[in-house]
Design a protein around this ligand. Structure first.
Ligand code: HEM
Length: 494
């Protein structure tokens, strides 16, 4: 009571000032005693937003990327790999010493573009035969032309772009005339035209009852979440008749196709390129890998088959180990972005020392926080992968070392972060695995890969994916030149 009485007799200005001072003291006390993300040392983040639109679009596409669907594409991937290796064989046969220096990364970009075209859209781009088509020209070196070697000004703009309203950013993207923007718009326009044409062609085919197993057919055909209506001549319009929760507008469909075309070939070709570089650096690993391929071919011939089947891979543990190690060691996408949609607290597997010397065991993540999660750092974290985390060593997948230290279980495949994780996990990860098996067994079965004088200068250039380039020659785009020769077979191995 005496306190209340004395407060009521005090000068109100003094009371207000005292109250404000108390609030400030409390705020300062709270700021320095509470754990804050701001105290954790780390880089500045950026992000994109999750939401219902994403959920709906993903639900529409998911049926096309299941296990059986991806496995069914194996012969098709093998066909694309064979077309490429036939071309390499021609180059080698016409060279003087039965070997040739080939920019394997550039070939793989085109071969995997053909593979995603056939599998996802039942479209025959013919990129392996014709590297001058509009689509191939649109994609060739697009990532390095647009994203490589940014100037200080461009990096600064990227940093501040998160404070600029989306509408203004879009306007700048549509009207700006810098060479990178022009390149991106030109490529985008070619790719959209091809996508629209594919939708039209597929609509016509489905009308004729010729839908196949490709993803576009699943979107517009009878096995997907949409029903193709004969009274309507377009997949997109048919899709508009479908359940409102699971429909794509025309623009969304074209956008999805553009995403699939890009995400479905740059990532796989890049990973395959890094695989070949590691095999060239480690001839003993390459030989062991080839020996397993030969052994499987022998079994296959014995039973009267001429081609690998998907089941053969279950008997190829070293192949699986090489692929896992490539995915760990050289993840195509080096980081993913997240945006916290609600307040959360992350428990830490290892305490962090804050910038003020405090030790924290959990991390508050306030709503709205932008997060950059490093795939490359997770995949080479010594706590998880051991002291040799920075060494390319497929053996770790066979001797149990890869599993030994795991306290976490992350992602969709072998505790690797390569395909991301959670609601935005790579939709095409099974597709990619089957494709990589098809390409690697074809390439390593037929060819030997060795380093060249240029190999020392090969660098990963972060252009959304880690593109192989040559130091000092980034403007020349994707480059990974290896010496390729025919892998000899003994009499018995034919
Ligand atoms: C080795 C090959 C591949 C790698 C390393 C890879 C990696 C990734 C990563 C890291 C993400 C982001 C996940 C996240 O934010 O958490 C992603 C998303 C995506 N990937 Fe892949 N990817 C590969 C192959 C493919 C293929 C072959 C396709 C399609 C044919 C594909 C289609 C997509 C799509 C559509 C998304 C967006 C998914 C969503 O936001 O829901 N990817 N991929």
């Amino acid at each position: 009571m005496p306190l209340i009485i004395s407060l009521t007799t005090m000068d109100p200005v003094f009371v207000a000032a005292a109250f404000a001072a108390l609030v400030i003291v409390y705020r300062v006390y709270h700021r320095y005693t509470r754990i804050s993300l701001a105290d954790v040392p780390g880089p500045e983040p950026a992000s994109f937003i999750m939401g219902d639109i994403h959920k709906r679009q993903r639900r529409v596409m998911l049926p096309g990327f299941g296990g059986p669907e991806s496995k069914a594409f194996f012969p098709l991937f093998k066909g694309c790999a064979e077309s490429m290796s036939n071309k390499w064989m021609d180059i080698i046969n016409t060279s003087k010493d039965q070997s040739a220096v080939i920019n394997v990364a550039a070939w793989l970009t085109r071969a995997t573009l053909d593979a995603v075209g056939e599998a996802a859209f039942d479209a025959h781009f013919g990129s392996i035969d014709n590297n001058e088509s509009a689509l191939v020209r649109a994609y060739t070196n697009m990532m390095t032309d647009v994203f490589a070697s940014l100037s200080d000004g461009q990096i600064f703009f990227q940093g501040v772009s998160k404070y600029i309203p989306l509408r203004i950013l879009r306007y700048l993207g549509e009207t700006g005339n810098g060479p990178r923007l022009l390149r991106m718009r030109e490529a985008g326009s070619v790719i959209s035209t091809v996508a629209r044409q594919m939708v039209e062609d597929k609509s016509e085919m489905l009308l004729q009852g010729e839908g196949s197993r490709d993803i576009l057919s699943l979107l517009g055909g009878c096995t997907g979440p949409f029903r193709f209506s004969k009274s309507d001549r377009s997949i997109v319009k048919a899709n508009m008749d479908a359940d409102a929760k699971a429909k794509l507008t025309e623009e969304e469909m074209i956008a999805q196709m553009r995403t699939l075309l890009l995400a479905g070939h740059e990532t796989t070709s890049t990973t395959l390129s890094w695989a070949l570089l590691e095999l060239a650096k480690h001839p003993e690993i390459q030989s062991r890998f080839r020996a397993e391929i030969r052994e499987t071919e022998a079994t296959m011939h014995k039973r009267g088959d001429a081609e690998f089947t998907i089941a053969d891979f279950d008997r190829m543990p070293y192949t699986a180990a090489v692929i896992k190690e490539v995915l760990r060691f050289s993840p195509a996408a080096h980081h993913v972005h997240r945006y916290a949609s609600q307040d959360d607290i992350l428990p830490l597997s290892r305490p962090i020392t804050t910038r003020f010397g405090g030790v924290i065991h959990e991390l508050p993540v306030p709503k709205g926080t932008r997060i950059v999660a490093s795939i490359a750092a997770y995949n080479r974290n010594k706590d998880l992968w051991g002291e040799d985390a920075h060494v390319f060593n497929p053996e770790r997948w066979l001797n149990g070392a890869a599993k030994e230290k795991k306290t976490t279980s992350l992602g969709v495949y072998s505790n690797l972060m390569t395909f991301g994780g959670g609601v935005r996990t790579c939709i095409g990860w099974r597709f990619a695995l089957i494709e990589m098996k098809a390409f690697l067994t074809e390439m390593v079965g037929n060819f030997e890969f060795a380093l060249t004088d240029q190999s020392e200068r090969v660098r990963r250039e972060a252009c959304m994916v880690m593109i192989p380039t040559v130091e000092g020659e980034v403007r020349n785009g994707v480059q990974l030149a290896l010496r390729v020769s025919v892998a000899l077979r003994t009499e018995k191995e034919y």
